[in-house]
Design a protein. Structure first.
Length: 437
């Protein structure tokens, strides 16, 4: 059953929280390297508009706003002295997907994951204690004076020592991610709700890859290669609200060959007949001598990641497998089948991406056609409006809040979800503080 797509809170209401998170991390438009330059060139040749500003309402391309510190950029970092601790910020040496370890202290790591940003801020506030290796196995509840079910604390296990403890609290916030949060709800025996665990979306990703001749690159970039490992791994994007997004994607050679050439739902490219209408000339996985041939051209290759605005379907999601337990309870069972409209959107984005590569001068274009179970942007399994109210408080369990990707109402139109989840979490923290403290 497909469901309607209108969020229970407005975009305008979220804007101040987006701004707050963007200033805190901070989020900055990324700088261009060759892979972005050739992408912008292709998008211009394909007659797409350059998007300016933050409120994207029409299709076009732009620099990707990234939560990555730039070299020598002034940023507010707790307990960090540039003179004493040294320089910080992105070196553009690339290989970001393997993890960014640039920065003499964790709070100054270039890539602003929660671990390098909000966690140090919280610790330096002096108001937070972190208990690592603690895995919550049950949400505790009690009835209040009006006979309503309320969260009262948690049971958790130290995953190193195996010691099980109980912690009582005024409020409990679930943020275990879109699989573990509904799993914990279900394993805790919290009230039945037909939307708990349901409505999973994941941007049903795909990729298109273009290989360029040296002459074309000399003409467009003034140099013979793209070297896709250089720079931040995703630094330019194309947004198409309501359809999805496309990002440049620079991987190291190993990830290139396995990710862009090695994963497909369409079998092997050498056995596939490409439709005469398709812009790509190969589709599917590549192995053997052909893979060697493509990888010889690795430095002259650009890949694009496709993020589909896939739609919520109550049949997709997380339930418990009551036959198998691990040390934390019944394991989650995950089901995701994209819908017919999702397929139309994804095909459209793959066509736009391939067209940008072609207009930029790519001589060979391959569409990977990834399977639907590449779960990277998992969202919307504890949807606001269905499982929670608009404050992200569980409708059936007072004082229980949700603050991860699972509470997102849908797949957001296609963009990467973390900024929205963080903005919503900041808003939720205000709601908790107003209501209970
Ligand atoms: C390879 C990759 C690249 C990505 N790139 C981007 C990107 O460029 N931009 C973007 O916006 N997003 C990106 N994402 C998605 C991003 O990681 C998610 O949007 C984000 O991490 C989701 O946050 P979350 O809080 O929902 O879940 P998580 O980040 O998964 O956090 C959940 C945490 O809860 C812990 N946990 C789970 N269950 C329990 C329990 N019972 N007790 C205690 N702790 C528990 C987990 O260990 C985990 O630390 C990427 C994801 C991947 C895998
Ligand atoms: S290029 Fe990537 S890995 Fe290197 S510093 Fe910048 S963000 Fe970190």
């Amino acid at each position: 059953m497909a469901v309607d797509n209108v969020w229970p809170i407005s975009y305008d209401e979220l804007i101040p929280y987006y701004e707050k998170v963007e200033a805190t991390l901070p989020v900055i438009d990324s700088r261009s390297t060759a892979k972005e330059d050739i992408f912008y060139y292709g998008a211009q040749q394909a007659d797409w508009n350059e998007l300016t500003g933050k409120n994207i309402t029409s299709p076009g391309y732009r620099a990707q706003p990234n939560a990555i510190l730039l070299r020598n950029e002034t940023a507010s970092i707790p307990d960090y002295d540039r003179e004493r601790d040294g320089a910080y910020g992105c070196t553009f040496r690339g290989h970001c997907i393997n993890g960014c370890h640039i920065g003499p202290k964790v709070q100054a790591v270039a890539k602003r994951s929660t671990f390098a940003s909000y966690v140090p801020w919280a610790l330096y506030s002096g108001n937070v204690e972190i208990r690592p290796n603690s895995f919550v196995t049950q949400i505790l509840t009690e009835e209040d004076s009006e006979s309503e079910i309320c969260a009262a604390g948690v049971i958790y296990k130290d995953s190193w020592t195996g010691v099980i403890s109980e912690m009582r609290s005024k409020v409990v916030i679930m943020a275990g991610g879109s699989i573990e949060t509904p799993r914990l709800w279900l394993n805790s025996g919290l009230p039945r709700n037909p939307w708990v665990g349901r409505g999973l979306v994941n941007h049903w990703m795909d990729s298109v890859t273009g290989i360029f001749d040296e002459e074309i690159l000399m003409e467009v970039l003034g140099k013979p290669d793209i070297s896709p490992f250089v720079g931040q791994n995703a630094a330019a994007r194309f947004d198409f609200p309501g359809v999805g997004a496309i990002q440049t994607m620079g991987f190291s050679p190993g990830l290139y060959s396995s990710g862009f050439y090695g994963i497909s739902d369409k079998g092997f490219a050498e056995f596939n007949q490409v439709s005469p209408d398709a812009i790509w000339n190969m589709e599917g996985g590549v192995i053997g001598p052909k893979l060697k041939e493509l990888m010889k051209d690795y430095r002259r290759t650009l890949s694009l990641l496709i993020l589909t605005d896939d739609e919520v379907n109550q049949k997709n999601g997380v339930s418990l497998n009551y036959k198998i337990r691990d040390e934390n309870g019944f394991i989650p069972k995950i089901v995701y089948y994209p819908g017919a409209r999702d397929r139309v959107k994804r095909d459209r984005l793959a066509t736009i991406g391939a067209d940008i590569l072609k207009k930029a001068g790519a001589k060979t274009i391959l569409r990977s056609n990834w399977p639907a179970n590449l779960y990277i942007h998992i969202q919307s399994t504890m949807r606001m409006g269905f499982v929670t109210d608009t404050n992200c408080e569980a409708r059936q369990v007072k004082r229980l809040f949700i603050a991860d990707n699972s509470v997102l109402y849908n797949s957001l139109g296609g963009p990467n979800p973390t900024l929205t989840t963080q903005a919503l979490a900041v808003r939720t923290s205000e709601k908790i503080s107003e209501k209970y403290f």
